[in-house]
Each structure stands twice: as structure tokens, then as C-alpha cells.
Ligand binder design. Sequence first.
Ligand code: 5GP
Length: 196
Amino acid sequence: MQLLKERILSEGQILGDDVLKVDMFLNHQIDVALLDEMGKEFYRLFENRGINKIVTIESSGIAIACMAAKYFQVPVVFAKKGKSRNIGDDLYISSVYSFTRLDSYLITVSKKYLSGKDNLLIIDDFLANGHALSGIMDIANQAGAHIEGIGIAIEKAFQGGGDRLRKKGLDIQSLAVIQSIDNGKITFADDQTEKI
Ligand code: 5GP
């Protein structure tokens, strides 16, 4: 998605060799118009697939998932991080290793909101090694739900999670795919656009 790639190049900040900060439009301040376009694009990619629910993880996935949900006209369920008292014990639980925090955390979804009848689109902000997605997929599997597709805003292809999960037969569509970050230069997979 050209609009997203342009924003990454003009406003993204690179930390070290592999972390991209996009706090100014996605992860802290939110550009609602941009996210609306992203939601529309996910709808174009996955419409007519019988999706009845969108699932994501708090917190950064929620805004993107809601924008997409507006087009699909379906509810969003977000996995909560850490076991929470007020949701009750009737939970699907999985563990996710965090690439940015270098630690694992639990994610939970109430059994009320996912079941074997659901045909899911999973949405998240970043795909790196695939741990976050694997956690949500584990929860979807516990519920017996079908995973129809996965929509990612920014995939860092060089970390390999996308390839590994696609080999399992998952339909993953990423709006911007970063092939490499090298000395502060971003190269996208489908063109040679670079940021220095
Ligand atoms: P994975 O589990 O695929 O290794 O990493 C995906 C999760 O880690 C995402 O949900 C996102 O929150 C976080 N993440 C991974 N890489 C980055 C990055 O470069 N920038 C930001 N802002 N978050 C990232």
C-alpha cells in the first residue's frame, strides 16, 4: 500500500537493525484517515470470504482492526495482555514471546467471544518473527474457530515469521513488506524504495 510505505519512509524511525518506530501515525499518535484507508484495503483483500469477526491483540492492533471492521460490518475481539481478574475464568489463554520486550506475556480471550462458528480475520500492526500471530492462532484453535486470513500493516520479511506461517498454508496479506533495514536504509520487498 503506497500511502503506508510513504508514511514509513517520511516519518518512521529506525532503532538498531530491526525495530521500526511508527509512533507518529500508528503506535502512539494515530492518523485516523490513514488507518481508515488501511481498513478499506483489508476489506478489498478479504471481502466475500465470509468473515464474521476480526481478532487482534491489544493495544496497537485495535485501531486498525476497528477500521477494517467498519467496512466488514463485523465485531472486533481483542486478546487482552496478562490474565485479568474482571474477565472471569472462562478464558482461552496463550503465551506470546515479545520481540520488543524480550519477555513472554499471557494473552486471554473470554470464551464468550470466540467459538467454532467463527470465521476469522486476524489483524495486527507488525509481523516480525510471528510470535504474536502464533499466540492469537493458538487461541483461535482452542476455540475451534476457522482462520480465514491474516492482515498485517507492516511485515518485516527479514525476520522470517511471515514465510514460516505462509508455509503452513495461511493467507497473510501485508500492506507494507520491508525486505531489509540496513544502516538506516529501509528497502521494501516489492520495490527498491530506500530511506537513508
Ligand atoms: P512478532 O511476534 O511477529 O515477532 O512481533 C510482532 C509484535 O511485536 C507486534 O505485535 C508488535 O507489537 C511488535 N513489533 C515487532 N517488531 C516491531 C517493530 O519493528 N516496531 C514496533 N513498533 N513493534 C514491533
